[in-house]
Design a protein around this ligand. Structure first.
Ligand SMILES: [Fe+2]
Length: 327
């Protein structure tokens, strides 16, 4: 599909687009393995060794099966400032598909999503498996999955995504928020969904730009790929922050204890529901898996968040039917 660069310039700004494309064109992988992420060469070899071990048939087969066992989790959160018309509003939150690395996931997710009930669907980035190279296939797979979604669908880009994916995805019914916002109205009341470009690798998030022209006192939900901009969310008056990126560890020790998560965000914001300096948020464990498509002690998830209006903020939120998180 022809890339509409004029449209991208108009929406992101020419400097931001040029910055992102320039970084995309640079050796993203060498940056990942360079001095900023892996300080010692020996760590690189440890990484390769771990990868080889995880790719051994026994570990891989079971881990791959785990990675396709997608759970539907649910939260219910109360807010004192939620407009009345949005009491009970349900958001289907999907993150980190990396679907071109695990093509069976399309069928699994289609089957799971079809019977669900929700009012809005949001994707918090990482549609592509790799961080370089072809972007057509992950964009096409996202469009295929969109066919199973019966509500308006908004999305942001992650650190694995190329900005060139936007044209195909938008033609297929996924509206990207590129440092932009969308106002949702119900009975004359408004909810603002803010969406920023990747804050992790590209550091291309511009919340100020996303806020521009939005109704100032409206309830605000932020979509960002990672939980790394809580300080900006606080300054912007964000009420609920939805993100992913960490995969909740993807390969964890028993008890969902992650061995490693790549995020500069606060430690307690790396998975599930959290509260940080007055901002509440949810970091999805992700629907897919990256690097090696396996999971251990960390099931993939899609989440339905139900928003409730209440005179008092309650101190709990439900996770599905069996888990409760003190919040
Ligand atoms: Fe990811």
């Amino acid at each position: 599909m022809k890339i509409d660069y004029e449209n991208l310039i108009e929406r992101l700004g020419s400097v931001a687009l040029s910055n992102r494309m320039n970084t995309q064109a640079n050796d993203h992988a060498s940056h990942f393995f360079g001095h900023k992420k892996l300080k010692h060469r020996s760590l690189y070899f440890l990484y390769i060794l771990a990868r080889k071990l995880l790719q051994s048939p026994l570990v891989y087969k079971r881990g791959y099966k785990n990675a396709l066992n997608v759970q539907v989790t649910q939260t219910e959160l109360t807010f004192t400032n939620l407009p009345k018309a949005f009491d009970g509003f349900r958001i289907l939150h999907i993150s980190d598909l990396h679907m071109d690395g695990m093509p069976e996931l399309l069928e699994v997710l289609t089957r799971i999503i079809q019977p669900l009930e929700y009012d809005l669907c949001v994707f918090t980035g990482d549609f592509r498996e790799g961080i370089l190279g072809a972007y057509e296939e992950p964009a096409r797979l996202a469009v295929e999955l969109r066919k199973a979604i019966h509500a308006e669908t908004l999305a942001v880009l992650g650190n694995h995504d190329a900005v060139e994916m936007v044209s195909t995805m938008e033609a297929g019914g996924l509206r990207l928020l590129l440092n932009e916002h969308r106002v949702i109205e119900r009975n004359g009341e408004k909810l603002v969904i803010l969406g920023v470009d990747d804050p992790h690798y590209y550091q291309a998030d511009d919340l100020e730009r996303a806020l521009a022209g939005s109704p100032p006192d409206a309830f605000k939900i932020l979509l960002a790929h990672s939980p790394e901009i809580t300080h900006k969310a606080l300054a912007a008056g964000v009420d609920f922050y939805l993100c992913g990126h960490t995969h909740a560890g993807q390969i964890c020790l028993p008890g969902r204890k992650p061995i490693f998560t790549v995020s500069r965000g606060p430690k307690h914001c790396k998975s599930g529901l959290w509260e940080h300096n007055g901002v509440r948020g949810y970091t999805s464990a992700g629907a897919g898996a990256s690097s090696v498509p396996i999971r251990y002690n960390c099931p993939p998830e899609i989440t339905i968040h139900t928003l409730r209006r209440s005179a008092k903020t309650k101190k709990h939120a439900k996770f599905g039917s069996s888990r409760m998180c003190v919040f």
